[in-house]
Design a protein around this ligand. Structure first.
Ligand code: APR
Ligand code: PHB
Length: 398
């Protein structure tokens, strides 16, 4: 027992947050015999119950395989070779496989969250429902995390801190303002998402640009669908009974797809705001910001989870190199390497959001969108650029 009833404990890497970034990092380190402790403020059930996106780039699938956590995703996930862009009553298929040689895996983030938590269920690896997490001395000296768990105060000493605690976490919030530069774009609309146990209207995803607003037809399996419509940020979920949602969705789709829409009772309905945010740098002494703790992308390009995994890939290689050879080269390059991918994915998500959403009533802006969509449908070069960014740039291309 040390300071004032605080139970000291030590580990090599203390990880704040048990979302996809924190748990995947913990698993990759464990495979290399590197000790870590994850502290999470919510319960395991709560974290697994969050309805989020569900589209994995192949580099993310490969990282899951490296961590030994890809078996169920590969068994139950759906491999997609392409997707559709719908506009002006028609649609154009983007053949990802033909254009890039790569595919995507449709696998719900909450299912992935279950696999990640299952992989770290040894006692003491993840502390759920911790309170009042505070980070100390990450600039110089021995980093520490203090927190309350099961009613008593604890202190975790470590070599490194990984801030995987998302946008609302304590990691980025604890860095002095003058040390951080934030780049932000808030979009003047949201996404209303609906989950229902109905068969998807198409075997691949459909992104629809329509004068009434954007719509997305996605899925979790062959009998569970996930749909989104662009809505106003003032809207309330209560103002969108299921019937109104289905009617509006059908109106925004080409007739051929609208006619195939199977409707049903919603299992979940929620509104998310759209924002682009990048924090520079992503490292402060022995504190590393990872995933949503450092950057947010609008969901249009499904890059959020995949960017978090990409950060984890760069950081895990740096930590593994450090514990193997005491070389800190990769750790010193973490921020630059991670940001290189973050900015490319942020640009793509911003561009795809502006292309596919109703931004304003300005007729010129609408014509620019239609002209770009028609160009996309006719130009192999434009389509390849969309496909390359959609499947995610390989680490060599960065
Ligand atoms: N103390 C402990 N845990 C915390 C704290 C805190 N003060 N604040 C937040 N957390 C936890 C949250 O409860 C959450 O479980 O940190 C975790 C952060 O997880 P995510 O928000 O999922 O962030 P990340 O792991 O970076 O994953 C990013 O997941 O949410 C999607 O859209 C997001 O796709 C993106 C990806
Ligand atoms: C989803 O399935 O929830 C999803 C898919 C693709 C996106 C965003 C969300 O771009």
């Amino acid at each position: 027992m040390s300071r004032r009833g605080v139970t000291p404990r030590s580990t090599q890497v203390a990880i704040i947050g048990a979302g996809p970034a924190g748990l995947l990092l913990s698993s990759l380190l464990a495979r290399e015999g590197i000790d870590s402790v994850v502290v999470e403020k919510e319960s395991r059930e709560h974290v697994q119950g969050r309805i989020r996106a569900g589209l994995l780039e192949w580099t993310t699938v490969e990282l899951l395989r490296e961590a030994g956590i890809s078996e169920r995703a590969m068994r139950e996930g759906l491999i997609h070779d392409g997707f559709d862009v719908a506009f002006a009553g028609g649609h154009h298929r983007v053949d990802l496989k033909a254009l890039t040689g790569k595919t995507m895996l449709v696998y719900g983030q909450n299912e992935l969250q279950k696999d990640l938590a299952e992989a770290r269920c040894e006692p003491g690896a993840v502390l759920w429902q911790v309170r009042d997490v505070t980070l100390h001395d990450w600039e110089n000296g021995t980093p520490r995390v203090s927190y309350t768990h099961a009613g008593s105060r604890h202190e975790l000493r470590c070599d490194f801190l990984a801030g995987c605690d998302g946008y609302h976490g304590v990691s980025r919030a604890g860095v002095p303002r003058q040390r951080i530069t934030q780049y932000e774009r808030v979009y003047p609309f949201g996404w209303l998402g609906l989950l229902a146990d109905v068969p998807p209207l198409h075997e691949e995803l459909v992104y629809a640009n329509h004068e009434r607003g954007f719509a997305l037809c996605s899925m979790r399996s062959r009998d569970r669908s996930r749909y989104y419509v662009q809505c106003s940020l003032e809207d309330k979920v209560e103002e969108w009974p299921d019937a109104r949602f289905w009617d509006e969705l059908r109106l925004r789709l080409p007739e051929r797809y609208g006619a195939r829409l199977v409707t049903g009772r919603s299992l979940e309905k929620s509104i998310v705001p759209l924002r682009s945010l990048v924090t520079e740098p992503m490292r402060f002494g022995r504190l590393f910001l990872v995933g949503d703790a450092a950057h947010i992308v609008p969901p249009t390009g499904a890059k959020g989870l995949n960017l978090a995994a990409a950060d984890v890939r760069v950081l895990s290689r740096g930590l593994i190199e450090f514990y193997r050879s005491r070389s800190a080269t990769l750790l010193e390059e973490y921020s630059t390497r991670a940001l290189s991918r973050v900015w490319k994915a942020t640009r793509f998500s911003w561009w795809f959001t502006l292309l596919m959403h109703r931004i304003s009533a300005d007729p010129f802006a609408r014509r620019m969108q239609s002209a770009e969509l028609e160009y996309l449908a006719r130009s192999a070069a434009a389509c390849r650029s969309l496909a390359e960014n959609y499947v995610g740039l390989s680490f060599e291309e960065l």
